[in-house]
Design a protein around this ligand. Structure first.
Ligand code: ACO
Length: 427
C-alpha cells in the first residue's frame, strides 16, 4: 500500500487506501466507498477506473510503451513467434524449448473442427459479414465441446484455451472461404501457425500452394501485435461476460461482438476505406479540413490510452513496407496517401495539440489488403489474434480470489417514482 487518500463527503472523513502496482499510476481503492458513504463514484467510459488487478499487459500511453508480462512489444515482434507469445500470455513466462515444443504440438493438434461444425456455416448467407459468422460460430463452439466448459476445472479451462487458439484460424479461414464460394481447406500439421492460416485462406484444390517466408513472417507479426492490449473494450466485455460464470466460448463470442465496432477493431477496415476514398495525395488537404470541421474522423489515428505513437504502429509500418516490397506494390497509392497523411497530421496543430498519433490500424489495412485479404476480413484477423489475450485475461479473472460478478451502478436521472395511469386517463 502507498498511503491513503482522504476524502470528506457529507461531513464525514474517509481514508481510502492507495494501492501501488509494479508500474503505472497508483490506484485509489474505493471498494468500501459505497458501504461507508452511501455514494457512488461516477466514471462513464471508465477513463479513471482500474476495473481489475492484472499481471498480463502494461501500457504507458504517454511514453508509447506496451509490455506483455514485462517484455516490450517491439522485442516480441522482432524475436518471438505468435505461438510463443500465446504461451507467454497464458503462463506468465517464456517457455523452455521443451515446453514450447509441447505447446506447439498441442495447438497444432487442436486445429481441426468437429465435422458437423462445417454445416453450421451453410446457414449463413454468402454475403454475410465474416464478423457476423465469427460471432455465431465461436459462440457455437460451446455446443460442440461440452467437455471444456466447466469453468471451475483448471484442466478444462486450459483445454478450452488451447482449443480456441487452435481453432480460431480454421473458423476464420472458413468464414473467408465461404464468402468466396470456395471449398474449405483443412489444416496441415507440417505448417507453422501463420503458414497454416494462410494456406487455409489462399490455397485451392486446383493447384499447389507454397508459403512465402516474408509474407508468413508478416502474418505472424501482425498476430503478435494484436495478441493483447490490457483492459480495452472487448477484453473488458470478455471479463464482464465471464464474471457471471458463462462458459469461455460464449465469453469470447461476446468479445468478438464488441471488437466489431468501428471505434475498436473495426477501425482498420474503416481506415483502409478512408485511404482509398481519399485516393491521391492532392486530396489530403481537403480531407484534413473536413476532419477539423468535424465532418469525419481520421481513422487509424488517436487512442484512448496512447497519447504518443502507438508502439505497434511503428512495427506495423515496417511490416507494411516489407510486404509491399516483397509483392512489388511499393508504389501502392493507398501507401502514398497514408505516409503523406501521417506526415501532415504529425505536424498539424489540430492533431499535435490533441495528442493524436497513428494507432496500429493505420498501416494494418494496407498490409492485409496486399496479403490478399478483403477489408471485411481485417477485424476477423484481429479477433483471431486477440483470442489469446481474451482467454488469458478471462483465466486470470477466474483464478483471482477477489473475483466477483461485474455489477456497476448508475447516476439515475430519469423520472422520480410515480403512479401508473390507465390508458383512458392519459392526456
Ligand atoms: N480524428 C479526429 N479527431 C479526433 C480523433 C480522430 N481519429 N480522435 C480523437 N479526436 C479528437 C476529438 O474530436 C476530441 O477533440 P475535442 O477535444 O476538440 O472535442 C479529442 O480528439 C479527444 O477525442 P475523444 O473522442 O474524447 O478521445 P477518446 O479517447 O474517447 O477516443 C478513439 C479514442 C475512439 C480511438 C478515437 O481516437 C477515434 O475515434 N479514433 C478513430 C478510430 C480508430 O482508429 N480506432 C482504433 C483504436 S485502436 C484499436 O482499437 C486497435
Amino acid at each position: 500500500m502507498a498511503g491513503t487518500a482522504k476524502i470528506n463527503i457529507g461531513g464525514k472523513d474517509l481514508d481510502l487506501p492507495i494501492l501501488k502496482g509494479t508500474l503505472g499510476p497508483d490506484v485509489v481503492d474505493i471498494r468500501k466507498f459505497y458501504a461507508e458513504t452511501d455514494a457512488f463514484t461516477y466514471d462513464p467510459g471508465f477513463t479513471s477506473t482500474a476495473s481489475c488487478e492484472s499481471k498480463i499487459t502494461f501500457i504507458d500511453g504517454d511514453k508509447g510503451v506496451l509490455l506483455h508480462r514485462g517484455y516490450p512489444i517491439e522485442q516480441l515482434a522482432e524475436q518471438s513467434t505468435f505461438l510463443e507469445v500465446c504461451y507467454l500470455l497464458l503462463h506468465g513466462e517464456l517457455p523452455s524449448a521443451a515446453a514450447y515444443a509441447t505447446f506447439e504440438h498441442t495447438i497444432t493438434n487442436h486445429t481441426m473442427l468437429h465435422d458437423q461444425f462445417d454445416r453450421f456455416f451453410q446457414g449463413f448467407r454468402r454475403d454475410a459479414h465474416p464478423m457476423a459468422i465469427m460471432v455465431g460460430a465461436v459462440g457455437a463452439l460451446s455446443a460442440f465441446y461440452h467437455d471444456s466448459t466447466d469453468i471451475n476445472s483448471p484442466e478444462q479451462r486450459m483445454i478450452s484455451a488451447h482449443r480456441m487458439i487452435a481453432k480460431m484460424p480454421t473458423i476464420a479461414a472458413r468464414a473467408f472461404k465461404y464468402s468466396r464460394g470456395q471449398p474449405f481447406v483443412y489444416p496441415r500439421n507440417e505448417l507453422s501457425f501463420a503458414e497454416n492460416f494462410l494456406q487455409m485462406c489462399f490455397s485451392v484444390p486446383a493447384e499447389d500452394w507454397k508459403p512465402n517466408p516474408v509474407l508468413t513472417r508478416a502474418m505472424d507479426r501482425i498476430f503478435i501485435l494484436h495478441a493483447d492490449h490490457e483492459q480495452n473494450a472487448s477484453t473488458s466485455t470478455v471479463r464482464v461476460a465471464g464474471s457471471s460464470g458463462a462458459n469461455p466460448f460464449a465469453c469470447i463470442a461476446a468479445g468478438i461482438a464488441c471488437l466489431w465496432g468501428p471505434a475498436h477493431g473495426g477501425a482498420n477496415e474503416e481506415c483502409l476505406n478512408m485511404l482509398l476514398e481519399i485516393g491521391s495525395v492532392d486530396k489530403i488537404p481537403e480531407f484534413v479540413q473536413g476532419v477539423k470541421d468535424r465532418r469525419y474522423r481520421l481513422m487509424g489515428f488517436g487512442h484512448r490510452v496512447y497519447k504518443n505513437y502507438d508502439p505497434r504502429a511503428k512495427v506495423m509500418q515496417t511490416t507494411c513496407h516489407e510486404v509491399l516490397k516483397e509483392l512489388g506494390h511499393s508504389d501502392d497509392p493507398a501507401l502514398k496517401v497514408a505516409m503523406e497523411l501521417e506526415r501532415i497530421a504529425l505536424s498539424d496543430d489540430y492533431f499535435v495539440s490533441r495528442k493524436l498519433y497513428p494507432n496500429v490500424d493505420f498501416y494494418s489495412g494496407i498490409t492485409l489488403r496486399a496479403l490478399g485479404f478483403p477489408a471485411e476480413m481485417f477485424t476477423v484477423l484481429f479477433a483471431l489474434a486477440r483470442t489469446v489475450g481474451w482467454i488469458a485475461q478471462w483465466k486470470e479473472m477466474i483464478e483471482d480470489p477477489a473475483f466477483k460478478i461485474s455489477r456497476p451502478r448508475q447516476l439515475y436521472t430519469g423520472s422520480p417514482s410515480r403512479d401508473y395511469v390507465p390508458v383512458d386517463k392519459r392526456g
